[in-house]
Structure formats: structure tokens, C-alpha cells
Write a protein that binds this ligand. Structure first.
Ligand code: S3P
Length: 418
């Protein structure tokens, strides 16, 4: 599997704040992560890309320079939200924006706590990009997050790295912890206990520095899920997916699949730099379906489009609850899923915070013309559903998959038997 998107973003940002040259291997080819690299380059880090090996030379925690042009986060929520945390700690002004989809996504969730720490931030309608961030001296805060979001947690922790004192972040439910692990790896002073994370800030006298590291990025489990789904759909199939990131805050999706009756075996587990990786052997089975809700949602948030699109192929169907966040992702994923599933003939009940997709008894899916609304995960989820539909499916603007997985269709073609 190509490198994990979330981890690649974090390694790129921290390498740019470290002293010296970091070598990041199996760095994600995802367009989103290359948006992060371009931003770090514009802020003065030296970035060299050679296929999937990226070398980033940073000039230390206080080494970023102001960029004469506005930063472009492209389609990437992680880039704009995490980088806002870093920019809040710089003593210069930066403007950061992104594509039309990103400019519609809520930023108040990071702007609020960063202002509380002392940054001056202007946002369109006080909630949307472009963001104009005038950073400076930050004070540590004790932040109780109103929502389970790894991006919000990370933005505050990254700002906390520059603040005077100890910043404390408490999450309402667990979310991916790659920022915490990467901060530890690069040498920040961080303490973790269940849903509470504390980071000791460098403050004005700069008592903390980050060190350049040589790191390997484990494969992206959120991308692997499309192949787990594809293999599960066909009884005769059997695939081995190598080098998949198995960080426990990301593997809830494997538990969901196994509970639904999927056949997944994990081999060759290794850990490095705080992250875990291994190989997944997946065989075709009949999937039961089920309900996904509550504290599981933030742990499988990016895999929900694929799960929902599997609904019509399961015995009991799939119901997703407590996932209102899906409406503010790269597209309104609840609406996009309902629209495209219905086009394929599925029976779908759309709700404010989720959807209920009827199972096999409601009839077979037919091929359809899919409109992904520029959303990579919608395009890929329906490419997989299309494999098992009765007639051909066309995914318009299928190229939007490059946001997370540029080689997706080639790799899918290479494992599909006709
Ligand atoms: C991400 C966190 C999640 C996820 C996104 C990547 C990250 O967003 O949906 O694709 O890398 O931190 P939220 O934390 O906003 O839920």
C-alpha cells in the first residue's frame, strides 16, 4: 500500500520544523500530501521529492519564513487545519486557502481554540477559508474538544508546541493519534493518558527543538479498505495486501468487517516509530451487514463511504448513525452516497447524521452513472460497488481519486479477474 495520508502530512510538517534533513520513505503520492509539501516549501523548508522518498530540510522550530504568496491547501482539510496550528505560532502573517470544496468546510473548530491561545485569525464569515493568520506569542490552554476530530486535536497540539507552558487537550472520544506519535518521534515533550494529551511548549526562550528523522510511512489502511471490500464481495477472491498501517486508532474498520463476517487475517506485524504495520490476507465471503454508531464513528470516519456502498450486497444492510461529520467532508458524503446508491437501484433512507441502506433482499444493484462531487472516496467506493453490479458503471471525474490514491484504478485493474 502507498503511504498513509495522515502520517505523511504530519511527518512533512514536523520535518520542516526540525533541525536538519529528514528522509521520509513511502511518502504518500496523494495530492493532499503534496499540497502540504508545497506549503512547507513556501514557508522556507527545502523539499526534494524522488518518487516516494521525500527529503525535507528544516531550519528548526523557529526556522519558518513568511511566504510572499497565499498558501494553497488544495482539497486538503488536514493541510489547512494542522498548518493553522503551526502558523498560529509564527511571528508573521500568512494567508491560506484551498479549492472550492475546502473553502466550504468549517474552520471555526480550529480558529476558536487558536484565537484563545493568542493568534489573530480572520476567516470568511468567521468560519471559512481563506484564513488570514497572524501568529505570535501563544499561551497554553486547557482545551476540552467539543467534537471528536483528530484535525482539531492536532491543530491545538501543534500550536501548543510553540506556546508558553503546557497545553492540554481532552477529546470526547478517541481519534487517530498520529500527531502525538510523530511529535514524540521528532523529540517534542508530550504526555498521553487515554483521551488527554499534554504538550510542553517551547515558549519564548525556545527550550525545545525537534530533530530530523529517517522514517518509513506505513501503507494507508483507509485506501486498503477499498481492496478489502472488493475481495469480500466475490466468493472466489483472495488477495494479500502488504504493508498496511495498523495503528490501533485506525484498525476499528477491520473489527467492523470481521463482525460483518469478512475473512481477514493479519500477518507479519511490525512496529516502528510508534506506528504499527502488517499484511492483510482477505478472502471473499458473504457479508452480514450491521449498524455502525457512537464512539466507533470517529475511528472509521474515512471508511464509511465504502461501508455504505457495500450495504446492498450484505444480508441485513448497513446502517450508519451519529456521523453528521460526513456532511462536512470533501463533499456532503451522506447526500452523495444516498444519491449514487439510489441511482444504482438501492433502497436508502437518508438521515441528518447517517443513512440506512437496505441489504440484498431489496434487489440487485444495476450499473449507473456516478457523480462523485469531486470526492475521492465517493469515486473509489462506487468503482468497487460497480464491480459487483449487474451492468457497467461509469464514474465521472474518476480522476479525483488522486487526492488520496493516484494509482487506485491501475491497482484495481491489476487484481481484477475478468
Ligand atoms: C484526518 C482526520 C479526519 C479524517 C481526515 C484525516 C487527519 O478528519 O476524516 O480524512 O489526518 O487528522 P477529522 O479529524 O476532522 O474528523
Amino acid at each position: 500500500m502507498p503511504g498513509d495520508k495522515s502520517i505523511s502530512h504530519r511527518y512533512a510538517m514536523l520535518a520542516a520544523l526540525a533541525e536538519g534533513t529528514s528522509e521520509l520513505r513511502n511518502f504518500a503520492a496523494a495530492a493532499d500530501c503534496h499540497s502540504t509539501l508545497a506549503c512547507m516549501n513556501a514557508l522556507g523548508a527545502n523539499v526534494r521529492v524522488e518518487k516516494t522518498t521525500v527529503r525535507v530540510t528544516g531550519h528548526g522550530l523557529r526556522g519558518l519564513k513568511s511566504s510572499w504568496r497565499s498558501l494553497d491547501a488544495g482539497n486538503s482539510g488536514t493541510t489547512i487545519r494542522l498548518l493553522s496550528g503551526i502558523l498560529a505560532g509564527q511571528d508573521f502573517k500568512t494567508t491560506i486557502s484551498g479549492d472550492a470544496s475546502l473553502r466550504k468546510r468549517p474552520m471555526k473548530r480550529v480558529v476558536g481554540p487558536l484565537r484563545e491561545m493568542g493568534a489573530e485569525i480572520k476567516a470568511r464569515e468567521d468560519n471559512f477559508a481563506p484564513l488570514e493568520i497572524r501568529g505570535g506569542k501563544l499561551r497554553a490552554i486547557d482545551f476540552r474538544m467539543p467534537m471528536a476530530s483528530a484535525q482539531v486535536k492536532s491543530a491545538v497540539l501543534l500550536a501548543g508546541l510553540f506556546a508558553e507552558g503546557e497545553t492540554i487537550v481532552t477529546e470526547p472520544a478517541r481519534t487517530r493519534d498520529h500527531t502525538e506519535l510523530a511529535l514524540e518521534e521528532f523529540g517534542a515533550s508530550i504526555e498521553r493518558n487515554a483521551r488527554v494529551t499534554k504538550i510542553h511548549g517551547a515558549g519564548a526562550n525556545g527550550s525545545i527543538s525537534l530533530h530530523a528523522r529517517n522514517l518509513h510511512v506505513p501503507g494507508d489502511i483507509s485506501s486498503a479498505v477499498f481492496f478489502i471490500a472488493a475481495a469480500s464481495l466475490f466468493p472466489e477472491s483472495s488477495i494479500l495486501i502488504q504493508n498496511v498501517g495498523l495503528n490501533p486508532t485506525r484498525t476499528a474498520i477491520l473489527d467492523v468487517f470481521v463482525e460483518m463476517g469478512a475473512s481477514i487475517q493479519i500477518h507479519s506485524v511490525e512496529s516502528a516509530h510508534g506506528e504499527v504495520k502488517g499484511d492483510l490476507a482477505v478472502k471473499g465471503t458473504s457479508l452480514k451487514g450491521g449498524v455502525i454508531s457512537g464512539d466507533t464513528i470517529p475511528l472509521v470516519i474515512d471508511e464509511l463511504p465504502m461501508l455504505a456502498a457495500l450495504g446492498p450486497f450484505t444480508e441485513e444492510g448497513i446502517e450508519i448513525r451519529d456521523a453528521g461529520e460526513l456532511r462536512v467532508k470533501e463533499s456532503d458524503r451522506i447526500a452523495a452516497l444516498a444519491e449514487n446508491l439510489r441511482k444504482m437501484g438501492a433502497t436508502v433512507e437518508e438521515r441528518p447524521d447517517g443513512l440506512k441502506v437496505a441489504g440484498r433482499a431489496a434487489g440487485k444493484l444495476r450499473g449507473a452513472e456516478i457523480e462523485p462531487h469531486g470526492d475521492h472516496r465517493i469515486a473509489m467506493a462506487f468503482a468497487i460497488a460497480g464491480l459487483a453490479a449487474e451492468s457497467p458503471t461509469t464514474v465521472y471525474d474518476a480522476e479525483c481519486a488522486r487526492v488520496s490514491y493516484p494509482s487506485f484504478y491501475d491497482e484495481l485493474n491489476s487484481v481484477a479477474e475478468r
